[in-house]
Design a protein around this ligand. Structure first.
Ligand SMILES: [Zn+2]
Length: 813
């Protein structure tokens, strides 16, 4: 699963619910019975949001003979339980556990098939979901009554962690595996997607039954059904069909969004030495999805943040990492599955690290370094630094889906790879996959494989990184002996638990760099190296591999050198931030200008953001360079930042650059150009803003709002109103939030009925959509503010406006 989603992170901050729960030891689920096969026959009642189901569950005792079986079945109505046409006795406890008396004692490996007729009632399920406070319903009906005109009717499922048992009776544990077949009956206008192959379709009047079958076994949480009006865009990898299910509007862009999938399949296959194990690969984009994406076997689901237009894709496909992540789960997670949620790292750390592998292959080392840096930063800045990667004491299984299992776990795999070497690392992955295919595994099994291959004891590595928490915090100092021409590098570990680790140290003598590999295995360690000429810089952790914090004393000249010469993205980034603080120094300013040529585009962007162009007449050369970047940089995101930097100069001479940028196909360039243009030629910028097609205006809502609010353009308030709620709550950046708060105030204080209607319409939709975050309460409070303001204003149409707000509020109360 790809869990991180700005929307939820932000909304969680709005609500800040902290549920205090006790943690206890969380074992692997005991295997009393093993699932063998699951056959389902389902149809839907859209209005009631229920599903009629028949299930044929084939299972067998794991070892001990048994006369009853307990299945997970959440909030269902159980109509019949039979075996060979004969009714069986059953009890249904707390609407959670269905215990069935078997007609005789079954022995180890003796299979039996149960028939269960039931109704799934997802709206009656109350359990914690993967974004911490939503109810995991398993089966979701989107806009089932069709009341929201802008939203299609859809049905989709979300099984992980244990929510598949909301829509079919099963043993809902990750250490179970079953083959499956599903008959799905839907109105003719809908397409369906499920795991495996669509074997046939049978029409009955307005209805159609699709028969999906999967002959390879997988865990119940990976079952999927997706239903709705979708276009199916066909693609292929070798003889495996690769399909993209998108809404009509995005059909022309599906290949631009998902089209790298076949190349990823080929790359992962060759890297792992294990063929893509499944019969097909489909990806579907659904509305109101509860997470980022989910790796349901052969039927991946993505949230609608995957939808991007060409003008956005030119800048960056923000979903590309997620596409790689879900695909990689088809080896790590779906083929070999973590036996328990405590071992989730066996799924998620690998999927996370696949993003690095893909970027390294496709875009090179620096791009991959940027990704690793961002992943590690999110871990370090998160709330869970003191948690272990393998955790048997979590309070709730959903808590495992955090930046430890994902980000830190990915960084740990990177360290393992660098320690054992590429050959051993990828051979280890191949061996693990072959050894445990179609089974579940725990972390020790991974360790044993690496120990067998490398001949090394790896307990220390796994104990500190997998079964221990935190990371080294290092104090670094240097002692020079100028007589002997040696430098001693002292490493002191400041954190509580002492780590051991390989450590790369670069020593620069002039421009020549020499890398030394050392191994730190104590609280204090010192390493002495000879030199010919006095080193310009010593860079520790120079390959950026070790997950750590570094404290060291460096002076400006060190940072300037580091910014120019450091091998790793993070070190150049750190240096840039230090150098940027001292730009009154000419050498520092020149170093920032030089960084505008850095091969890492995020260094170029940061240099543009940090460069100080005050006293601009003395800095003509730098400005010339930025003007070139605005049109020529290979990355449009850099072009956009260059335009933004130039825009701050409010120099009418720059107008031709902004005019040219207004023709750019990149929406980021266009957005920055509009705002920059506004400060040098207001009428031209406003005219252009009004000419843009609606679709582009929606995507550029933030820069356009900036212009309209500043301009006090009342005619655009209805447009601003449509985006005000997203701007205030669904963005991580404070400047945007402040802007939209200002916009909201302007709307509230206006008597613009259309704008007020647009705001409250959006409030009703989003209040309902994010009810699980209590967002309905947030918007109701905003509505109260609006009413008070209208009462205070008491203008001609205030009464009408109040009535509109009250009518909307009634829909939420
Ligand atoms: Zn995942």
């Amino acid at each position: 699963m790809k869990f991180y989603n700005i929307l939820f992170v932000v909304l969680l901050c709005v609500q800040q619910i902290i549920s205090a729960q006790n943690s206890t030891y969380q074992p692997e689920r005991e295997k009393i019975h093993n699932l063998v096969h699951t056959k389902l026959n389902v149809d839907f009642n859209f209005v009631a949001k229920t599903m009629n189901g028949e299930a044929w569950i084939t299972a067998k005792p794991h070892f001990y003979s048994s006369k009853s079986i307990t299945l997970d079945a959440k909030a269902m109505l159980i109509h019949e339980v039979k075996m060979n046409q004969k009714p069986l006795l059953f009890s249904y406890d707390d609407n959670l556990k269905l215990t069935i008396q078997l007609p005789k004692i079954y022995q180890k490996d003796e299979e039996f098939t149960l028939y269960i007729k039931y109704t799934a009632q997802p709206e009656k399920v109350y359990q914690k979901g993967s974004n911490a406070i939503t109810d995991a319903k398993g089966l979701y009906f989107i806009n089932p009554d069709g009341l929201i005109k802008s939203k299609p009717k859809q049905i989709w499922t979300q099984g992980e962690t244990e929510a598949s048992s909301c829509w079919f009776p099963t043993i809902d544990a990750p250490n179970q595996k079953t083959t499956q077949e599903i008959y799905i009956t839907v109105p003719n206008e809908y397409v369906t997607l499920s795991n495996g192959i669509l074997l046939n379709q049978t029409k009955k009047g307005n209805l159609r039954t699709d028969y999906w079958k999967m002959d390879q076994k997988h865990a119940p949480y990976l079952f999927f059904m997706g239903i709705g009006e979708f276009e199916i865009i066909k693609d292929a990898y070798k003889n495996i069909s690769v399909d993209y299910y998108v809404e009509k509007e995005y059909a022309p862009h599906a290949k631009a969004i998902f089209g790298l999938t076949p190349e990823m399949m080929g790359f992962f296959e060759s890297k792992l030495g294990v063929k893509y194990p499944w019969v097909k690969y489909s990806q579907m984009v659904v509305r109101d999805y509860v997470s980022g994406a989910m790796e349901n076997t052969t039927a991946v689901v993505h949230g609608d943040q995957a939808y991007q237009k060409p003008g956005q894709l030119i800048d960056e496909n923000i979903h590309e990492n997620t596409i790689a992540h879900e695909l990689f789960h088809h080896w790590f997670g779906n083929l070999v599955t973590s036996e328990s949620w405590s071992n989730l790292t066996l799924n998620e750390s690998f999927a996370n690290y696949s993003e690095y592998l893909w970027r390294e292959y496709k875009y090179g080392k620096t791009d991959a370094e940027i990704h690793l840096y961002e992943q590690v930063s999110a871990y370090k800045n998160g709330q869970n630094v003191d948690k272990k990667l393998v955790r048997f004491d979590y309070a709730d299984k959903e808590d495992m889906f955090d930046e430890i299992s994902y980000n830190k776990g990915g960084a740990i795999l990177h360290m393992l790879r660098k320690y054992v070497g590429d050959d051993a690392f990828f051979l280890g992955l191949q061996t693990y996959l072959n050894e445990y295919q179609y089974q579940a595994a725990e972390v020790h099994q991974l360790r044993l494989i690496f120990e067998k291959i490398t001949g090394k004891d790896l307990n220390w590595f796994f104990n500190q990184w997998y079964f221990g928490a935190a990371h080294p915090s290092l104090e670094i100092s240097y002692d020079y002996n100028t007589l002997r021409k040696t430098v001693t590098i002292n490493v002191v570990q400041l954190q509580t638990d002492t780590f051991q680790f390989p450590f790369a140290i670069d020593i620069f003598e002039g421009n020549a760099r020499k890398r030394h590999q050392v191994f730190v295995n104590g609280k204090d360690a010192s390493f002495t190296f000879p030199y010919q000429i006095q080193p310009n810089l010593i860079q520790v952790n120079s390959d950026g591999v070790l997950l750590c914090d570094i404290n060291e004393n460096k002076v400006l000249s060190d940072y300037i050198f580091q910014l120019r010469k450091a091998d790793n993205f993070e070190h150049r980034r750190d240096a840039l931030l230090e150098v940027a603080k001292r730009q009154e120094d000419k050498n520092a300013f020149d170093a920032i200008v030089n960084a505008l040529d850095d091969e890492a585009y995020k260094i170029r962007i940061l240099a543009l953001q940090k460069i100080d162009l005050i006293n601009k007449f003395a800095k003509k050369d730098a400005i010339q360079k930025i003007m070139k970047m605005a049109t020529n940089d290979s990355k449009t995101l850099v072009q956009a930042e260059a335009i933004h930097t130039l825009g701050k100069l409010t120099d009418p001479d720059l107008k031709p650059i902004f005019l040219k940028a207004l023709e750019s196909k990149s929406y980021s360039v266009l957005g920055k150009a509009l705002v920059s243009m506004y400060y040098v030629d207001k009428p031209a910028a406003i005219a252009k803003s009004k000419q843009l097609p609606d679709e582009v205006r929606q995507i550029l809502a933030t820069p356009l709002t900036r212009i309209f609010i500043e301009e006090n353009d009342k005619s655009e308030l209805p447009f601003v109103a449509k985006n005000v709620l997203s701007g205030m709550f669904l963005t991580g950046d404070d400047t945007t939030k402040n802007l939209f708060q200002k916009a909201f105030k302007q709307i509230t204080e206006s008597n613009n009925t259309e704008a007020i209607q647009n705001v409250v319409d959006d409030m009703v939709v989003k209040g309902k959509q994010y009810q699980q975050f209590s967002f309905d309460k947030v918007v109701i409070n905003l509505m109260r503010t609006m009413i008070q303001e209208q009462q205070r204003l008491n203008k001609s149409n205030s009464e009408k406006n109040i009535a509109i707000i009250k009518a909307a509020m009634a829909k939420l109360l």
